[in-house]
Write a protein that binds this ligand. Structure first.
Ligand SMILES: [Zn+2]
Length: 238
């Protein structure tokens, strides 16, 4: 049957068109994903840079506190020379010791923060390098996807034109039936009868019906799934 041949060609074209359409539709999401990766990295870098700033401020504060403690310590040491009693003397020594301990703690804090700054700076440097690379890759990929998007759009136009020519060879009720089945999201609307079963849902097709389908004088559908059936000469139905 001439019409069945056209219908099968139409189906192949539609399946291909669906694939092209799906690929076409996935491109904006791919672009967004790349954008998101860059943005996430950017946010991480910004956060670490602000952390770096805080650490530097903490160091500066500790340094000025140390300067202050040095002055206090100096004053206490001068007082040591003028105290009259042992009690005053040992009280001053205790104060000097406490200032010294406080200074040591601050120095330790500075060392720790400097180590943190060093590690953080290295991390930021690495991330900036990664961001730069990612940015380049993104641009390259974006250009590539733009080209692909255009190609797929053109391909869709060509397919649709071809489709228009093919649908001219199918009578309207058959075309409507075909499109209704296709739109119900089954993979194929036209399936072969194989070994007495529907090639879509494997429901049994009575022998007489198989013979009628083989004659091809009209369109037959499967009682199980409603798909259009055709007789596949290359497959045995015995
Ligand atoms: Zn079926």
């Amino acid at each position: 049957m001439e019409e069945m041949g056209v219908l099968l060609k139409l189906q192949e074209l539609d399946l291909e068109l669906n694939k092209i359409q799906a690929e076409h539709d996935s491109i904006p999401a791919q672009m967004e994903e790349m954008e998101r990766d860059c943005n996430e990295l950017n946010v991480e870098i910004e956060e670490q840079e602000s952390e770096l700033k805080t650490l530097k401020v903490t160091i500066r504060e500790a340094e000025s506190k140390i300067a202050l403690l040095d002055e206090i310590s100096k004053k206490y040491k001068q007082q040591l020379l003028t105290v009259k009693t042992n009690r005053e003397y040992s009280a001053l020594l205790t104060e000097i010791e406490s200032v010294k301990r406080e200074k040591e703690e601050l120095e330790e804090l500075i060392i720790q923060n400097m180590e943190k700054i060093e590690a953080l700076s290295a991390e930021i440097k690495e991330k900036n390098g990664r961001l730069k690379k990612l940015g380049k890759e993104r641009q390259g990929k974006k250009d590539e996807l733009d080209v692909k998007l255009k190609e797929l759009s053109n391909e869709m136009v060509r397919h649709k034109r071809k489709r228009g020519r093919l649908t001219g060879g199918v009578n309207r009720p058959t075309l409507k039936l075909y499109e209704r089945i296709m739109n119900s999201r089954v993979n194929r609307a036209v399936v072969p009868v194989r070994s007495g079963s529907c090639g879509g849902c494997f429901a049994h097709v009575p022998l007489q019906k198989v013979a009628d389908i083989r004659k091809g004088s009209q369109i037959y559908t499967c009682d199980g799934c409603g798909r259009i059936l055709y007789y596949d000469e290359s497959q045995s139905d015995s």
